[in-house]
Design a binder for this molecule. Structure first.
Ligand code: GLC
Length: 585
């Protein structure tokens, strides 16, 4: 996979709005079948990880729900897109209250998605295409239907009682109104649930049906770590650790400090530091990393970590690099407005203040409205989508994308409360409509059910846009967003300076344009400039001032067709345009 050879790669680069084609060729001196790669870099370091919500990607058996065989059928598409890994949201058996994030057996596959044999086939077929499969590990909680919890709640002296967080009441009132603390669940309201049979409360950071495991108990760690072994033995490339900052709670059960404002369920906001991001979590992460490192293949640990940069660094193990390799930066991609100052600030934080660790950027996932609904202005959405894609794929960061992002799929929330599938959409209706809108089926083609399923009715309805926004149509259109993503990913693999070069922020005072250079010894530098406004913006890139020099500037990719292929470092960017060029001596 790391075969180094040298050849000249011709890439057709396409101006996206005027319909003009800008053909470029560039020389990549150290290129392998998978692109340019420093021999010492583990595979995940520059990876593009593609999140699949299995219910919604491809249904192979006509029941209206996506499944593992469906994903296997679509691997060729993913290979052509150029991704390195697939993260599957949970596929374990589950009552599906939280669509898999409520597990009843960590070592099996939910029959709705297939069998272990189907999973093994998916891993093997993905491997043939150099694609790693990452599983979601729901470490913080199980389903309340998990045999461990059924035992635990059966009596106070059951051997599994201490596998969950059980406590007596404390606050004023009588059960069920005197919970041990005032802590609120992420999904609204006090997170302690009264159990009339055993006369205690259990803690649930999420839904009532998702009791928290007690990570103070070594037996819990052993059981969960055994499941990591189970899946590593089946050849997975790594894990995404769900809600991993929620494992521990304050042993003294101190009440949270109240903050001004309310959440969408009407609860007063509070400081969650007594039940989130506790120091003990790092001990578990170090032990987990020691375990995964005993397996071959550079197993990667990705974390669901919504934290400021200085905290995020601790999840890598700081300068020791002995915890997660890729805790997600869930601040950068969720700024939720085209705010250049914030992007520039968080970009430099992530690139320069992570103790030499590798950032992981993400703009879309199954928990948040899709990026076009958060960043689009309704007028320049095609340009904004291309800008976000370039930002995701041309910095030093590893990149995570979400199925359908490459098509510009938009959020389609339910119109009526009775259609809502995600429980929080029912609790919080109409302020909180839940997460169904970003989980709609993948839009493959314009046929009935969008090529997602043979069933007339799918588990979530298809957004009406599928007749025009779909893979088949995008593949035929050289100017499509899908082709823009493909070109960016191909370039990220084959252009050494983008693949693994350093980054220097340019024109740091420019009020409207984000610009940076990627550079590496012995290969052309790459310049990137993005207009964050709806007005044209002039810029003279100050690369030379930063020691990134060269006299020939050529356009590699541009979302503004009017920019010429041969350029200088001074130009005007149309509204929300993205320009990527090479700089050679
Ligand atoms: C994570 C998942 C989310 C789930 C929650 C509880 O935040 O991304 O979908 O509901 O954990 O498991």
């Amino acid at each position: 996979m790391h075969l180094i050879r040298s050849f000249t790669l011709s890439v057709l680069i396409i101006g996206c709005f005027s319909g003009t084609l800008v053909a470029q060729s560039y020389h990549a001196s150290t290129v392998s079948a998978r692109g340019t790669q420093a021999a010492s870099d583990p595979w995940w370091k520059h990876a593009v990880i593609y999140e699949i919500y299995p219910r919604s990607f491809q249904d192979s058996n006509g029941d209206g729900i996506g499944d593992l065989n469906g994903i296997t059928e679509r691997l060729d598409y993913l290979q052509t897109l150029g991704i390195d890994a697939i993260w599957l949201t949970p596929i374990n058996p589950s009552p599906q209250v939280d669509f898999g994030y409520d597990v009843t057996d960590y070592n099996a596959i939910d029959p709705a998605y297939g069998t272990l044999a189907d999973f093994d086939r998916l891993v093997a077929e993905a491997k043939k295409r150099d694609i790693h499969i990452l599983l979601d590990m729901v470490m913080n909680h199980t389903s309340n239907q998990h045999p461990w919890f059924i035992e635990s709640r059966s009596s106070t002296d059951n051997p599994k009682r201490d596998w969950y967080v059980w406590r007596g009441g404390k606050l004023d009132g009588t059960p069920p109104n005197n919970p041990p603390t005032n802590w609120i669940s992420s999904f609204g309201h006090n997170g302690w649930q009264w159990d009339p049979k055993t006369q205690q409360y259990y803690w649930h950071h999420f839904y009532i049906e998702q009791p928290d495991l007690n990570w103070e108990n070594p037996a819990v760690e052993k059981a969960v770590f055994d499941s990591f072994r189970f899946w590593m033995n089946r050849g997975v490339g790594g894990f995404r650790l769900d809600a991993v900052t929620a494992l521990f709670e304050d042993p003294q059960l101190r009440d949270a400090k109240l903050l001004p404002g309310h959440n969408s369920y009407g609860d007063q906001l509070q400081d969650n530091s007594y039940y989130s991001n506790l120091p003990r979590e790092h001990d578990v992460m170090r032990r987990l990393r020691r375990l995964t490192d005993t397996y071959p293949g550079d197993i990667v640990l990705v974390g669901e970590t919504r934290l400021p940069t200085e905290e995020l660094s601790r999840w890598y193990g700081g300068a020791k690099h002995d915890e997660l390799q890729l805790p997600m930066d869930l601040a950068f991609g969720f700024i939720d407005k085209m705010d250049l100052q914030q992007f520039r600030h968080l970009l430099s934080e992530a690139e320069f203040h992570l103790d030499g660790n590798q950032p992981l950027f993400v703009f879309n996932n199954h928990d948040r409205p899709r990026s076009l609904d958060r960043y689009g202005d309704g007028v320049h959405n095609p340009q904004i989508a291309r800008l976000l894609a370039a930002l995701l794929l041309t910095t030093k960061s590893a990149a995570m994308m979400y199925y359908g992002e490459e098509l510009g799929m938009v959020t389609t929330p339910p119109k009526r409360k009775e259609d809502v599938k995600d429980p929080i959409g029912r609790y919080g209706w109409p302020v909180q409509k839940g997460r169904d809108g970003e989980r709609t089926p993948m839009q493959w083609d314009a046929s009935t059910s969008a090529g997602f399923s043979q069933a007339a009715s799918t588990w979530l309805p298809l957004p009406p846009s599928y007749t025009t926004v779909n893979v088949a149509a995008a593949l035929k259109d050289p100017n499509s967003l899908l082709n823009w993503y493909k070109q960016l990913i191909a370039m990220r693999r084959t252009v050494p300076s983008i693949h693994r070069g350093d980054i220097t922020i340019l024109n740091a005072d420019h009020p409207a344009v984000l610009a940076y250079a990627r550079h590496i010894e012995g290969a052309p530098s790459t310049l990137v400039a993005m207009n964050f406004t709806a007005q044209p913006q002039s810029i003279t890139l100050d690369a030379a001032k930063h020691g990134v020099s060269g006299s020939h500037v050529k356009t590699l990719m541009s979302s503004a067709g009017e920019l010429k292929s041969n350029m200088s470092v001074s130009f005007t960017l149309p509204p929300f345009a993205t320009w990527i060029g090479s700089l050679t001596k």
